[in-house]
Ligand binder design. Structure first.
Ligand SMILES: Nc1ncnc2c1ncn2[C@@H]1O[C@H](COP(=O)(O)OP(=O)(O)O)[C@@H](O)[C@H]1O
Ligand SMILES: [Mg+2]
Length: 313
């Protein structure tokens, strides 16, 4: 039987406003000529993209019993993500991020208190038949889990001795970049996927190659995503680097999470690291051609075709 993936981390709603006429100013209204509501949170996007690639995926996160929570569950289900292990807290508001998307960059305003409060006691990760991989998203976001990751991973490994582990820390909203716990759990992590800013923040190095080397001392595969410049990676003694693919750019929301899902898809299908990185790079590039991190079903059809071409090579 094909192995399943467990995702533990952030899930919220993304409201993305596009084609904006001007920037926000206190007391002024800004007109947007388009918007979409999409599954958000690094964990939410990762789960959906991996699930749509054909891997059975369980998202473990926290929402409220409100309209946004119901919307998220039905959207996730429509992309075949298993939502039964999401903790639902009555009377609380599901998290939301408002993205003001401009061609060069975006403003983000988030209200994520509920998902950030998810605790280890609320995680329903037991009794998943054939769990082969666990992905942790947004380490710095998950206040209720911080300080308990070693215990959590050891517990998961007790339940699933062969399980592989990946982590995408994402940004640190507090800008503390405390790395004590990451160093503590690094021996358990098979793949670390972060961007340039995060690599510099975590390692305190100023040079990206030094950051890669430092992280690569403990972690087998380290990938540093470089936005429209592609990525660099280290796997054991081997280094990899690829430029970003040319795209018809629309919106960068979730590009990194799409990259992560592509790479883990490769890993879970036992492709080598080089091929898995290529898949990640394709997924990241395809992501920016659609508004929102998940985008629409057309994106997944195109990804399937690209994947087929690559795996036939
Ligand atoms: N403008 C772009 N054109 C092509 N590919 C891109 C572009 N932006 C991002 N990507 C792809 O998505 C990956 C992740 O993007 P990045 O912005 O570095 O991650 P994050 O979203 O975590 O900050 C990159 O490594 C690259 O493969
Ligand atoms: Mg990211």
């Amino acid at each position: 039987m094909k192995k399943k993936c467990i995702v533990i981390g952030d899930l919220d709603l993304d409201l993305i406003l596009t084609k904006l006429k001007g920037c926000p100013e206190l007391g002024k209204e800004v007109i947007s000529k388009g918007h979409i509501l999409d599954i958000g949170g690094s964990g939410g996007i990762f789960s959906t993209v991996l699930s749509m690639s054909g891997i059975k995926t369980y998202i473990i996160s926290k929402i409220g019993d409100d309209l946004l929570g119901n919307f998220l569950v039905s959207k996730l289900k429509s992309f075949k993500v298993d939502t039964r292990r999401i903790a639902v807290e009555k009377g609380r508001e599901t998290g939301i991020t408002i993205n003001l998307s401009y061609p060069s960059d975006k403003y983000q305003i988030s209200s994520l208190n509920l998902v950030r409060s998810l605790t280890i006691d609320e995680l329903m990760f037991k009794n998943i038949e054939d769990a082969g991989h666990v992905h942790f998203s947004s380490y710095y976001m998950m206040n209720g889990l911080k300080g308990r990751y070693k215990e959590l991973i050891e517990n998961i490994k007790k339940n699933y001795p062969e399980i592989t582990v990946s982590l995408d820390t994402n940004d640190d909203p507090e800008d503390s970049w405390n790395n004590n716990e990451i160093n503590l759990i690094s021996k358990y992590i098979n793949a670390l996927l972060i961007n340039e800013r995060e690599a510099i923040g975590i390692t305190k190095e100023s040079d990206i190659k030094n950051a890669l080397d430092k992280l690569g001392k403990e972690i087998k595969t380290v990938i540093i995503k470089l936005g429209d410049r592609g990525y660099i990676a280290k796997d054991g003694k081997d280094y990899y680097r690829e430029k970003a693919l040319t795209t018809n750019f629309k919106d960068s929301t979730g590009a990194g999470d799409n990259f992560d899902a592509g790479f883990i898809y490769g890993l879970m299908n036992k492709f080598d690291v080089k091929k898995s990185l290529k898949i990640g790079n394709i997924y990241g590039a395809k992501s920016v051609e659609y508004i929102g991190g998940v985008g629409n079903t057309e994106k997944f059809i195109k990804l399937k075709i690209l994947l087929k071409q690559l795996t036939q090579d």
